[in-house]
Design a protein around this ligand. Sequence first.
Ligand code: ADP
Length: 468
Amino acid sequence: MRLNIKNQFLINYIVMFFISTMIAIFAFILMDFASDVVAKTLLKNQYTAETLMQEDYRSIDTERVVSLGGGVQVVNSSYEIVLSEGVNSFKSNRLTASEFTDFLTSTNSKGVPYSYSVEYNENNGFWLIVTFPTSIRIDFSVVRNKEIPSQDMKNVATVIIATVLFYLILLTLSTIIYSKITSLSIVNPLKKLYSSVKSLREGDYSARVDLGLQNEFGEFEEIFNEMAQRIESEISLRKEAEKHRKQLILDISHDLKNPLASIMGYSELCTGKADLDKEELNKYLRVIYENSRRANNLITDLFQLSKLESSEFRLRKENVELCEYIREVMGEYIPMLEDAGFSYNFDIPEEEISVLLDKNSMNRVFQNLITNAIQYNPKGTKIYLHVLQENSKIMIIFKDNGIGIPREISKNIFQPFLRVDTSRNSETGGTGLGLAIAEKIILAHEGEIELITDIDQGCHFIIKLPKN
Ligand code: ADP
């Protein structure tokens, strides 16, 4: 169940309300228990009419009651007060029957300032009345006789104060403990979030939070982790791009350094030596030309690659009948293949397959695949090209049975400047950018290119393009 903070607070307050009610009930039970204990200590219960009763009222011991602030009266059967010591709540010594009946009735009333104990002596026909002023008494009404202080006051006050104090202490403690426990549900997730945000700020992009909560904090956790994940991948992409950029600059400078150094060296030779014969001069000039061509090829390829990578680059696509287009392109390379001593087999269907293509860019892809095959493979290598349809895609398979590319390099072969063998390349004058350019062109056509290869089994390129 999803529990949001609002509901959580409501539950907390309901629980606190329940706890306080329980404490209040407990305090009342305690008070009841205490009042039972106190009742035993009250003077009125120690000196009752029953315990003081004597057959002859004259022998009743009134001294102790009077000394404790109470009073003793004896009323005979004619309602005359025949004995009166200490506190006396009767107004006259002679009562009427109704006055005495009213008095007897009032002795059990609550809220009166005296407590009475009455006992009737049947044998001698008189009533013994023991009176104690009520110091303080709780009968759900508090009664206090201010005029006559009593020893009971101290006991009862102690019990009441102790009970109230106990109640307050219990309530305060439970409020503090409960508030601490409930605040943990807010403080703990906040602490975890805070430490993760801090780690992130300090550059630890792997920082994540795990709160295991279903409330708003749970949602916050999701957003935070998603944000941290994004930052982490952005940063690693940026680092990767930076590494890539540095490597590219290194590769470019390295690849330009050799031809330029050679051009400089041979130009110096040509200009410095006045006695150079024509044959020697021609040899030097050929070297200068070859190196200029290499540097120029590199700069042209770099320019094309950066153009393809720029966000402004747009293909000039047109609706092209693919089979016819490939036949035309391959036809142009047949003399080149024959000169190189290559055999070929083109399996191009007769049917019409229309594709949206930028012919100029696509020419560059085929040019690169064919010139690579010729450059890197020996005479007698066979080239095979096959066009087929697969669902909504067109597949162009370009294969040779030459020396191939090792598997460990093949997965990165479309990266700029990656070459199988650099020494082999320096002879062929390859820039190491041809396949990178080819891949960018195919991707711009919303297609894909992959290399399936094994050394000694030749190269096997598969180009997939969407059908129009
Ligand atoms: P380059 O300009 O060096 O040819 P590419 O990106 O076109 O650059 O090719 C990268 C590397 O892949 C080449 O240097 C070469 O080592 C290898 N290669 C490409 N095509 C073939 C192939 N058909 N047969 C053998 N090796 C190849």
